[in-house]
Design a protein. Structure first.
Length: 92
C-alpha cells in the first residue's frame, strides 16, 4: 500500500473531505510522526503498536565475504512492536 492508497482510503471512509484535504491530513499525520520520532520520543498508538527510536553503539563487525573486520558506526534505529490487538487481527 502506498501513501496515495492511504489518501484514497481516508477519502473513501470519511467522505466529508476532498482528496486534496485528505492528502493534507495524511501528510500532517506523517509529519507529526516523523518529527516526534526525530526528537527521540516514543509513539504509542492504541490498538496498533509502539514506535521507538533506539540508539545503537559503535561496534566492530565482520565482512562475511572476506572475513575482514569493519567498524559499524553508532546510529539511531526505529523499532516497531505491534500491539496484541494487531497481532490478533493478523492471525485470526
Amino acid at each position: 500500500m502506498t501513501k496515495a492508497d492511504i489518501v484514497e482510503n481516508v477519502y473513501d471512509k470519511l467522505g466529508v473531505f476532498s482528496k486534496k484535504e485528505s492528502s493534507a491530513i495524511v501528510e500532517a499525520v506523517f509529519d507529526v510522526i516523523k518529527d516526534t520520532l526525530a526528537d527521540g520520543e516514543k509513539i504509542k498508538i492504541s490498538g496498533f503498536g509502539n514506535f521507538v527510536v533506539r540508539e545503537k553503539q559503535e561496534r566492530i563487525g565482520r565482512n562475511p565475504k572476506t572475513g575482514d573486520q569493519i567498524k559499524i558506526t553508532a546510529r539511531r534505529v526505529l523499532t516497531f512492536k505491534p500491539s496484541q490487538v494487531l497481532k490478533t487481527a493478523l492471525n485470526s
